[in-house]
Write a protein that binds this ligand. Sequence first.
Ligand SMILES: *Cc1c(COP(=O)(O)O)cnc(C)c1O
Length: 397
Amino acid sequence: MSDETENYGLSTRGIRAGQVRTAEGEQSEPIFTTSSFVFESAEQAAARFSGAEAGNIYSRFTNPTVRTFEERLAAMEGGEKCVATASGMAAIHAVCSALLESGDHIVASNGIFGSTALLFNNYLSRFGVTTDFVPLTEQAAWEAAIRPETRMLFLETPSNPLAEVADISALAELAHHNDCILVVDNTVCTPVLQQPLSLGADVVVLSATKYIDGQGRCIGGAVVGNRELVGEKVYGFLRTAGPSMSPFNAWVFLKGLETLQVRMQAHSQNALQIAKWLADQTGVQQVYYSGLENHPQHELAKQQQKGFGGLLAFELDGGREQAWRFINGTCFISITANLGDAKSMITHPASTTHGRLTPEARAAAGIRDGLVRVAVGLENVEDIIADLEKGFQAAAG
Ligand SMILES: *Cc1c(COP(=O)(O)O)cnc(C)c1O
């Protein structure tokens, strides 16, 4: 359907884009579990290797199942090219390795995914790429942090777990005015709720492990953007350095894309209802969810996103002890720090995802001891609320 893809709606793209049927006439996409591909002749092998003829050579370079996933996700994000990777972190690493060089500088938002911050601080720094972190929502701080050698702005919106929302269009303008690219990690929203490329971002990175899989089975990631940055530079790095996506995982993810639209809507609906309920409970100091009208960037979130997503956090006034009692008091909600699963998940950020930060750094990031994060799943919302009710009872006891 490639020529007409642009005219179709998001669900249609998620279900139809990228499929090329084989001579067997299969309805569901096949998994090509092959490491290499066979040529008809020595001449053809030479032509494939020289690039004179397009086609498969080796699955680190291209694989038909992986290509279907890539074309489908590119169609959904509205990008010219998508490159699939072995994990979300491999996607971020590939973007930095392909697009930056020694001496370059990154400005990134505070509170990005922990491994991303470690990659920037502990590993890219060894190759002469330095990073400064700024508050996500403070445009003036982004502006002040940009230096002549800054080449990349990097952010996640909404942030996790505090659900702050960045103005993507304004930051894209700032980036381009300063000869930088804007990279947005779209893991939490997915293209269903937010399309950063259409707002001016240059590159989107995603962890497919989360909502794209949606049922907690596989690790994977992707980079989406234009032909030059992603189709040539990021792809060139990836096929050489090697963190490619396996065909089996690509198949799980491409099937995930088929239901992504309805799932994201259902996650968002459940989360909004739960956020409103939480705001009315005694002992809750604050609920962090951009769908609530008193959220500081609620209007921006409404404009920029098609829904508010499945991730929320709330603060209990009794500190860590009470937060742990609450978590232990729930019954079926999984105690795990992941997100983006049909199964609801609960975690205590201060002692898990943000446990390695110093108390001062945690305080600066706004992660207090009473904070509890819920990645709202797709169970019946009244059952999730009843389970959280058990948490409140345990926390009070
Ligand atoms: C999980 C996650 C990543 C890393 O993805 P992996 O697939 O675990 O490597 C990056 N960014 C965000 C926002 C994430 O939630």
